[in-house]
Design a protein. Structure first.
Length: 441
């Protein structure tokens, strides 16, 4: 008996009817798209340029659509938190400044505030030192947002924005170099105050910057805000509403772009921020466009804060009076750009033997911090930067842990990317403004 390779047939009153069976027909009638299961896994990173640092994204793609996104961190791990346990409390400033390398002043200030709280000398920090801290932090906030604007512009095709953003940032770094001796990684904010006073020529540079920067902001807006491609690439892209932000612990401009005016400078003030006049910019759309607008507005508010800080910068000491805590040298700019001048060294050596011994012990061994633990949070350019510091009563930290906003905010990346296009992963990731030096500390 032979079996027909064709579909069976039968005669009906309507004519000849064929019964078709088989896998192909089952797929057709079930509506299954054979391409549906053909997904590609792509490693985006950990190359540096496109991801604000060595971040690795594992993307599962269906065509151009992201079905699953996973973030992999750890490629820039420096062990800074662990290293702090092997250095005295003052030396810790030189380590923490290198974590989020785009906002080093914030790393230092949060650390100094935590150590001062453990020491119980928060109220003893001089008015001038506190004002200088606010001045430096707000300048640093502007420079950090400029890097975000520059790099995000480049990633979305606005190459000119990259050049302009870094050009203005250079002006701020020049001010930092005049004040601290270094462009980055300053170790300028120390427990008890700041390392050295602000020179007069730095004040003049800051005044000039306050005149220059508002004009440049208008140029940025003329370049981007009305540009159709920029609007298309940012509007309704990588949306994260306020509910999602709260669920994931997202803070900073990302949270404020979703409508919640949560800013620690207002809600839990420190360094006298409650005495300054400034607004907390917000937006309601929770997309890349909203984060762009919020950061531009924050630069304008920081300029207002810098001007107020300059106006209230009264003469006075920049370190606490307690000689058992205060760094024992008013640092003088030497021939190497920063350090002790020969005259200052001569002054130290010309003091009494007891003073010289005290100087030596304080520099090499450091001061003792009473046992205890504290948490201090400040508003960094990326969100809440918190320091949990623990002391066992010695001259070195028992433990210092940072609540780093870049690390926390990266949790939002899968929520923003999944279901969207692969091109929007770059825009969404950039809008978080992660700095992997802080994430992988």
């Amino acid at each position: 008996m032979t079996t027909s390779n064709y579909a069976t047939e039968r005669e009906t009153t309507e004519g000849k009817v064929f019964t078709v069976t088989g896998g192909d027909w089952d797929q057709v009638v079930s509506g299954t798209d054979p391409i549906n299961d053909e997904r590609i896994v792509v490693n985006m990173g950990p190359q540096h340029p496109s991801t604000h640092g060595v971040l690795r994204l594992i993307l599962e793609l269906e065509g151009e659509t992201v079905r699953e996104a996973r973030s992999v961190v750890g490629y820039l791990h420096t062990g800074i938190e662990k290293n702090l346990e092997y250095r005295n409390w003052v030396q810790g400033s030189t380590f923490v400044t290198r974590m989020d390398y785009l906002s080093p002043i914030f790393n230092e200030t949060a650390y100094a505030l935590a150590v001062e709280k453990l020491l119980g000398v928060t109220d003893d920090v001089t008015e001038r030192a506190t004002t200088i801290r606010v001045l430096m932090m707000e300048l640093n906030r502007i420079s950090s947002h400029l890097v975000w604007l520059a790099t995000t512009g480049m990633e979305l095709g606005a190459i000119n924005m990259m050049l302009y953003g870094f050009r203005e940032r250079e002006y701020i770094l020049d001010i930092f170099e005049t004040i601290t001796g270094l462009r980055m990684n300053h170790a300028y904010v120390r427990p008890g105050g700041v390392a050295q006073d602000v020179p007069d020529d730095a004040i003049r540079k800051i005044r000039d910057f306050l005149v220059l920067m508002p004009k440049k902001l208008k140029e940025y807006e003329n370049l981007l805000s009305g540009q159709p491609i920029w609007i298309e690439r940012t509007t309704n892209v990588a949306v994260l509403d306020v509910t999602a932000c709260m669920a994931l612990g997202i803070t900073g401009p990302v949270l404020r772009s979703a409508g919640l005016a949560w800013d620690l400078r207002k809600t839990m003030p420190y360094c006298g921020y409650e005495t300054y006049e400034f607004d907390v910019p917000t937006h309601t759309d929770g997309d890349v466009w909203g984060r762009y607008l919020v950061r531009l507005a924050e630069i304008r508010e920081s300029l207002k804060l810098v001007e107020q800080a300059l106006d209230r910068l009264k003469p006075g000491p920049v370190m606490v009076a307690d000689k058992k805590i205060a760094w024992p040298a008013q640092l003088a700019i030497g021939v190497d750009g920063m350090g002790n001048s020969l005259e200052h060294v001569a002054k130290i050596m010309g003091q009494s033997m007891e003073s010289l011994i005290h100087h030596f012990k304080l520099v090499t061994e450091g001061f003792r911090v009473p046992p205890g633990q504290v948490y201090v949070g400040i508003e960094s350019p990326r969100g809440e930067l918190g320091v949990h510091a623990v002391s066992d009563g010695g001259t070195r930290p028992y433990r210092v842990h940072y609540r780093e906003p870049s690390f926390v905010n990266l949790q939002a990346l899968p929520a923003m990317a999944e279901g969207g296009l692969i091109a929007d992963v770059i825009a969404g990731g950039a809008s978080l403004d992660p700095v992997m030096g802080g994430c992988d500390r």
